[in-house]
Design a protein around this ligand. Structure first.
Ligand code: RIB
Length: 297
């Protein structure tokens, strides 16, 4: 089994601020840092903490070579990352005193993945492999269609939610990971139990993980439902916590059938990531997660 992540690669510019800037306001940042990010890149880093055959595909501009080097340094196979004429995707991230964030994205090269390139990448994988996707690159519906034709196991974290989501065929997805807002938006339901009913009725073969912030997370399939509490931690920066959860959960889920353990493992990893600044650099090691002995909220 190999895991191929077709996903975004961003240059994250972090501004540490007292509060997220309001419309019309100008404020000064306490610090500024340039880091490797993007939901795709972060999830590859998290996957590689747990699993050793992780491949990343996606596009960077000439300014993004350090992102590829960073992934290589994390043990990820980067042979499929290609250079585009368009500048690398950027994220302007404000993080406030409570560790909460606000992000402005520039898509850049992340939206320069053409069908020929996608076909070429996928020709290296087959039905024994996992294809993981977020929603920060173009041609998502095409990648879903092609991955499914190859009978790969498809994992989708449709974040950030955009209008394109209505073109995604969830029947082709094996595992969907969403937060509460995303679950409500996709299902058009205002209550989590109703969201679960919606997914079970419309996509009976879909397995879903819904993260609920301080209320933990739920795994749902056609015949099972498993709940997990969140852990109490000192929040420094929540950026990338969802990506950490996704990477740890997915890598563990396809190797281990114990859903409760997978949820607990991913929850601990994401709790630890919140205690450090940054997105990809805050992702803990497997050892740190195994040692973590936090209190449940
Ligand atoms: O999920 C966090 C990520 O979202 C950041 O790294 C940023 O690049 C945005 O894509």
């Amino acid at each position: 089994m190999k895991i191929i992540n077709f996903g975004s690669l961003n240059i994250d510019i972090f501004f540490r601020v007292n509060h997220i800037v309001r419309p019309g306001e100008t404020i000064s940042a306490q610090s500024i840092e340039k880091r490797a990010g993007g939901k795709g890149l972060n999830q590859s880093v998290a996957l590689a903490k747990v699993f050793d055959k992780v491949y990343h595909a996606g596009s960077i501009g000439m300014d993004g070579a350090f992102l590829k080097d960073y992934l290589t340094g994390e043990g990820i196979d980067t042979r499929f990352i290609r250079e585009s004429d368009i500048p690398t995707g950027n994220a302007i991230i404000q993080v406030d005193d409570k560790g909460e964030n606000s992000i402005v994205l520039y898509k850049g090269a992340n939206f320069d993945n053409d069908k020929e390139y996608i076909d070429e990448v996928l020709s290296n994988f087959d039905k024994n492999d996992i294809l993981i996707l977020q929603n920060e690159i173009n041609n998502m519906d095409y990648i879903i269609k092609k991955g499914s034709e190859k009978e790969m196991k498809l994992v989708l974290n449709p974040s950030p939610i955009t209008d394109e989501i209505k073109n995604f065929d969830f029947n082709k997805i094996d595992l969907l990971l969403v937060n509460e807002t995303e679950a409500k938006e996709i299902s058009k339901c205002d209550d989590i139990e109703k969201c679960i009913d919606y997914f079970r009725e419309n996509y009976p073969n879909l397995k879903i993980v819904i993260t609920l912030g301080e209320r933990g997370s739920i795994f749902v399939s056609k015949d099972s439902k498993v709940c997990q509490n969140a852990y109490k931690v000192e929040a420094v920066d929540s950026t990338g916590a969802g990506d950490t959860f996704t990477g740890f959960f997915v890598a563990e889920f396809y190797q281990n059938n114990d859903i409760k353990k997978c949820l607990e493992f991913a929850t601990k990893a994401s709790a630890l990531s919140v205690t450090k600044q940054g997105a990809s650099i805050s992702i803990p090691s497997m050892k740190e997660v195994e040692k973590f002995n936090g209190d449940i909220l």
